[in-house]
Design a protein around this ligand. Sequence first.
Ligand SMILES: *[C@@H]1O[C@H](CO)[C@@H](O)[C@H](O)[C@H]1NC(C)=O
Ligand SMILES: *[C@@H]1O[C@H](CO)[C@@H](O)[C@H](O)[C@H]1NC(C)=O
Ligand SMILES: *[C@@H]1O[C@H](CO)[C@@H](O)[C@H](O)[C@H]1NC(C)=O
Ligand SMILES: *[C@@H]1O[C@H](CO)[C@@H](O)[C@H](O)[C@H]1NC(C)=O
Length: 401
Amino acid sequence: MWTGYKILIFSYLATEIWTEGSSLSGRDVGLGAASSRNHSSSEGCLRDGQHFKEGSVIKENCNPCTCSQQQWRCSQHACLVRPELLEHINNGDFGWTAQNYSQFWGMTLQEGFTHRLGTLPPGPTLLSMNEVTASLPTHTDLPEIFISSYKWPGWTHGPLDQKNCAASWAFSTASVAADRIAIHSKGQYTANLSPQNLISCCAKSRLGCHGGSIDRAWWFLRKRGLVSHACYPLLRDPRPDAHACAMESRAAARGRRQATRPCPNSLEKSNRIFQCSPAYRVSSNETEIMREIMQNGPVQAIMQVHEDFFHYKTGIYRHVAGSREESKYRKLRSHAVKLTGWGTLRGAQGKKEKFWIAANSWGKSWGENGYFRILRGVNESDIEKLIIAAWGQLARSDQEP
Ligand SMILES: *[C@@H]1O[C@H](CO)[C@@H](O)[C@H](O)[C@H]1NC(C)=O
Ligand SMILES: *[C@@H]1O[C@H](CO)[C@@H](O)[C@H](O)[C@H]1NC(C)=O
Ligand SMILES: *[C@@H]1O[C@H](CO)[C@@H](O)[C@H](O)[C@H]1NC(C)=O
Ligand SMILES: *[C@@H]1O[C@H](CO)[C@@H](O)[C@H](O)[C@H]1NC(C)=O
């Protein structure tokens, strides 16, 4: 009984707070479900001094509001962008700042988590993989700051934008593989690899834009291989799954594979297939991860994304819980990103803090030019829990067709 009452109070407060921050005046906002009474209702509703007819529908962030009996009645979904969480983060001293991203405005929290991530939680196969230790001599001094793109200019690849395709499993894998093929070939092959090739063709992970597993992605890189991103670019269709796989490969000499079709776009002629060695797991030890990156290139990390992460603009990310503890506003899902370097900086409360530099797949307008920094050495958001890498597979017989 009391619980039910509390929920009522909460949802009332929620509406009040929401109303304050929105452009609807309190008077015009309905607090509950529409009643079935029917007024003579020619008067309609007001919004920003503008008149709306009875039955009009407008959208307040992620919630549609209907003008019914001279009142706006809004659905009560939790939205992905929550102005009071933005304020809480920006008024606090958490080491990072938040931004209201227009690409997320209007999405529900559920939609954000459903469409913008897309890596299945690592299964037992991945978690039981043996850890491989970098062969860099243990006494090697690790620099205070390391940035992959400085050590290997032109050989590493910046973030793409997965948009509403829940395929971070494909974006992060293709990106790590591309960087490593460029690094291990000493710059002979510097093409970015095609996440679309994985999304559309990795049949064993049929989910495509509805999430997938990275062990399947790495299996595909080893057994089938990918063409370049220029050859098989991202599809613009909002339903990418509607597209059949437009690139096949078949076995050629010495375990290598060849494309059986031209690129599915007329601008790029090279349909070379790129492959990797079996993926391996890197230790969760911070020092080991650093050594692996410095020696062999960027690595893949599976992290847990909380609702505040979407708002990240700049600084060193650490999870910040909203001031309201309602479960409605909380969510957690796994996501795959690429770790590209590290550093230290004076962060929250003026303390010196260690961070990783990571590439996300939400485009360059998000975060620090598509990248983010996150606390290092404390397993923040599980960022150090599962680190995966592979070798670019390069045969001496490689020849452009
Ligand atoms: C309310 O009025 C609308 C027309 O404005 C009408 O279509 C609808 O049937 C009425 N509903 C009830 C419950 O009287
Ligand atoms: C956030 O951005 C959207 C559009 O990009 C804008 O309509 C909205 O008013 C902004 N909200 C806040 C709280 O700044
Ligand atoms: C991580 O590995 C290094 C050696 O590379 C070792 O000195 C250190 O103690 C390890 N840290 C942990 C927490 O195991
Ligand atoms: C990281 O945190 C997760 C969950 O809190 C835990 O399962 C995992 O073992 C941790 N990993 C390390 C390396 O501390």
